[in-house]
Design a protein around this ligand. Structure first.
Ligand code: HT7
Ligand code: ZN
Length: 873
């Protein structure tokens, strides 16, 4: 496959002024009539060829200005349409294509999901519908006419505002016309047709403009949309209040479909969602699902300004819309819930998904410079690290400076296809400062390691901090320059208060913010009255790995006293990780008992948020520990050590956990609010440690918790404890769950993912059996993510089994899935990304499995080929 390079970017020779599309929908042969008004761009030679993108297209006819083109005037293939010499400066190109939505298993372009026609055009799906300049810098005004059978498709939806709708005389078909006045790239195009139920609400924007909000779902699901509608309304208000952004059409439609490769899609005025991120009720959705829905609904809505009104010049700029929009959805959730708890959740996600990516063969810059398959670059680096970069800009500039920069960005670039350089320039111009050093974060990949060593001079009353940063080489980048790292900090005095300093030398320091800009810096704080414990990287002010030289006593001190809740949590995690690594190595760690005692205090500390305590008690996952160890990893040793440590904590703090469990007062009726969810989280965390103690009493308690659960969070939480700790009643509970939820696919996904994590002597045999279960299907991405993704991400010992069976299985299903859905196949194959960290026994097996994929007797997609080749590089 061709390597696409940022340096090769060129504008198109022609401009598409407007687009008129007619869809004659038929399940197996949909006709698409596209009429493009094109004009020659200034600087383009007269008669220069017009080359449009296609993918698996069947051409029916081509005409220019109503005259059918002679065969020699153009060249057409499933992948391209070239008109050799367009006749005039401005002309109308009419192209008719045929597509088959029924056989479209890739779920890109136009496809049928449970009888519903829908589209997915980002990144390059529009070229699977008609020939077009399928790239984000070609913005045009779209009018869409949709024709379909009326009985099976009473609902016809397009982008923008509805214009016209009527029956087609003499037939059993009808049509609808939609017009979108906002010029947009083709990746934001969408249509939906089907027999859908709808929930509606009226919204009035801050300036008084009425908007109709509609959520369309498969019939029978309409009573599961309250939470998504509520989330949408709250998102719209928040964007008005916090960023001054209003909605800009008469209607905002959301459609939920069951077959969807990703979470959702921000098509202009017609967001299409994976139903997992729309449907919720207490019986089938967990607190995490409710939070996920709130986040994704907000994220897609926020794209209306950051993505749609201002889009990307090319796909290398993907972080311009994704990093910024993730930052905006994180801020929204922080304002709606608890800010520290949200920060902890986001950092857990970043460390478990982005850090491994950035420390392995798939590492790439937030703004990459080359790719073979753009679908492979919807990554944790682009999304989550991209959001961290925006957060750092806010940290460096302060809230007011950040808002000024954002206001200028909206004012200057509304209607543009922009770049990261344009974005940064707005913050520079609005604040009169230079962000050139900071901008390295967008171009240099890898996670910086920051080492900090503090020493106190009692006589001089100075505290000296030696700081050092180092970033390991990543693919294609051997030499690394020092980053601009904003470090929020406090010098914590003996009574837990932050100590003030009189002056400081060696770095730019402003209040509690220090700029680490060089490889090594020595920072001296004057006027420090007593020996402090430094609390560094508060609020996780930069996406770095902090290697602290603090003693275990000092970490325990921070865990109990730091005024920054994030660093209280971080100190707990650092201690847990250190202890777990020593236990994995067969050592008896110093300070273990003191740590467990401190953990008990944290669990019972009534001054702390319930959700915070739930997070604080959570051990790092086996994958997190493997990443921390970094090389020659033996996942069996990690798993055994972690199980033993969980059990030890459970046994030692049994009474504490039981007391908290028994005392927790729960609301009489279920509510997904943050306080109730926090209570459930803490109660379940206690239950998981009680379960880990594996007593008769705790098994019975867990089974009773399962039996009495009146909501999915409790039911799933208890089932997980029963299955993971193989407690008495686990099999009965699995059967009871199945009997209750067998007709609800999204609930059965939870059952599949728990079953995929169950400890087993032959994990692959267990997974193969589960693929035969009626709840599973190879045709639906959600089912695959639940079972296969649940196994790859949640059953570390099974996937990394020393005999290589997990790797062999992943190779087998990657090849199998690649035949129908390359995006899903390559997402699964990315689990090979950590293979080089494993011990020799495992590496040999993983490498052989990867090579087997490349050598297979089948045509590999660019998606899978690129990932496998990068892994082997
Ligand atoms: N912008 C959306 C990306 C997306 C996507 C990308 C590739 C293939 C399928 C896809 N479905 C959605 C989602 C978002 O970030 O909001
Ligand atoms: Zn997005």
């Amino acid at each position: 496959a061709q390597l696409i390079k940022l340096e090769d970017y060129k504008e198109t020779p022609y401009v598409i002024e407007n687009v008129s599309l007619v869809f004659k929908l038929q399940p197996e042969a949909t006709e698409v009539i596209s009429t493009l008004t094109l004009s020659r761009r200034e600087g383009t030679e007269v008669g220069a060829p017009l080359e449009l993108d296609g993918d698996e297209l069947t051409l029916v006819s081509v005409a220019i200005d109503r005259a059918v083109l002679a065969e020699e005037a153009y060249e057409a293939s499933p992948k391209k349409l070239v008109v050799h010499t367009p006749p005039a400066d401005t002309f109308k190109l009419e192209v008719v294509t045929k597509v088959n939505p029924t056989t479209n298993t890739k779920l890109e372009g136009l496809y049928l999901s449970q009888g519903i026609y829908c589209t997915q055009c980002e990144a390059e799906g529009f070229r699977r519908i008609t020939y077009y300049y399928d790239r984000p810098d070609v913005l045009s005004v779209f009018t869409t006419r949709i024709e379909a059978d009326k009985a099976t498709n009473p609902i016809l939806l397009g982008n923008g505002n509805p214009k016209d709708a009527e029956d087609i005389e003499g037939t059993d078909r009808h049509f609808a016309v939609w017009h979108d006045p906002h010029p947009k790239p083709a990746y934001l195009f969408a249509l939906v047709a089907g027999d859908l139920a709808c929930t509606s609400e009226k919204y009035t924007t801050a300036s008084g403009k009425p908007v109709d909000l509609n959520i369309y779902v498969e019939k029978g699901n309409e009573d599961r949309t309250d939470w998504s509608m509520d989330s949408l309304v709250r998102s719209m208000r928040w964007d008005e209040k916090v960023f001054g952004r209003e909605y800009d059409l008469d209607v905002f439609n959301i459609v939920a479909v069951s077959a969807f490769n990703m979470g959702a899609m921000e098509n202009k005025g017609l967001n299409i969602f994976n139903d997992k991120f729309i449907l919720a009720d207490s019986d089938t959705a967990t607190d995490m699902d409710y939070e996920g829905i709130e986040t994704v609904v907000a994220h897609e809505y926020f794209h209306n300004w950051t993505g749609n009104r201002i889009t990307c010049r090319e796909w290398f700029q993907l972080c311009l819309k994704e990093g910024l929009t993730v930052f905006r959805d994180q801020e929204f959730s922080s304002d709606e819930r608890s800010r520290p708890v949200k920060r902890i959740a986001d950092v857990i996600r970043l460390k478990s998904r982005q850090f491994p990516e950035d420390q392995g063969p798939l590492s790439h810059p937030v703004r990459p410079t080359e790719y073979k398959e753009i679908n492979n670059f919807y990554t944790a680096t682009v999304y989550d690290k991209g959001a961290e970069l925006v957060r750092m800009i806010k940290t460096i500039l302060g809230a007011d400076g950040f808002r000024k920069g954002m206001d200028l960005y909206f004012e200057r670039h509304d209607g543009d296809a922009s770049t990261i350089e344009d974005f940064l320039k707005c913050f520079e111009d609005a604040n009169q400062l230079d962000l050139s050093h900071f901008s390295l974060w967008y171009h240099q990949s890898g996670t910086p390691f920051v080492k900090a060593n503090g020493s106190y001079d009692e006589a001089a009353k100075t505290f000296t901090l030696e700081l050092e940063q180092n970033t390991a080489a990543t693919p294609g980048q051997d030499e690394k320059k020092p980053f601009f790292i904003p470090i929020r900090f406090g010098l914590v005095g003996p009574n837990g208060d932050d100590l003030a300093y009189t002056s400081v030398e060696g770095a730019h320091v402003d209040g509690d913010l220090l700029h680490l800009t060089e490889d090594k810096q020595t920072v001296v704080f004057q006027g420090i009255g007593s020996k402090p414990v430094p609390s560094l990287l508060r609020e996780f002010s930069a996406p770095v790995k902090l290697e602290s030289t603090l003693s275990r006593e000092d970490q325990i001190f921070l865990m109990r006293h730091d005024i920054d809740p994030f660093n209280r949590w971080q100190a707990t995690q650092t201690l847990m990780t250190e202890l777990l690594i020593e236990l994995t190595n067969g050592e008896e760690p110093a300070g273990k008992d003191a740590f467990i005692e401190a953990l008990g205090h944290m669990a019972e500390d009534e001054n702390l948020d319930y959700a915070f305590r739930g997070f604080g008690l959570m051990l790092p996952s086996e994958q997190d520990i493997a990443l921390e160890i970094g090389k020659e990893v033996d996942t069996d040793a990690i798993g055994k050590a972690r199980d033993a440590f969980s059990k030890e904590i459970g046994v030692t703090l049994y009474d504490t956990f039981k007391r908290i469990y028994d005392a927790m007062e729960m609301p009489a009726t279920f509510s997904p609010d943050a306080l109730s969810a926090g209570k459930r989280a803490l109660k379940l965390r206690c239950l998981s440690y009680l379960g880990a103690a594996q007593t008769k009493e705790s098994a019975a308690l867990t089974k009773a918790h399962f039996d009495n659960a009146d909501n999915m969070t409790d039911r799933m939480g208890a089932l997980t404890v029963l299955v993971i700790w193989q407690l008495a009643g686990a099999q009965d509970a699995l059967k009871a769950f199945e009997a209750r939820h067998k007709d609800t696919a999204l609930a059965m996904d939870k059952w599949l993912s728990i079953a995929a994590r169950a400890p087993s002597e032959d994990a692959i045999a267990a997974i193969r059996t589960l693929t035969e279960h009626p709840a599973f299907s190879w045709d639906n991405p959600n089912r695959i993510y639940a079972l296969i993704g649940g196994f790859l991400g949640g059953n570390t010992r099974g996937f990394h089994a020393a005999d290589g069976s997990g790797y062999d299985y992943l190779a087998e299903i990657t090849l199998q899935l690649d035949k129908t859905n390359p995006q899903v196949a390559s997402r699964m194959a990315k689990s090979f990304g950590t293979w080089k960290n494993m011990n020799a026994e495992r590496r040999v097996k993983a490498e052989a499995a990867l090579k087997r994929i490349l050598a297979a007797d089948q045509q590999l997609s660019t998606d899978v080929k690129e990932i496998v080749e990068l892994c082997l590089d």
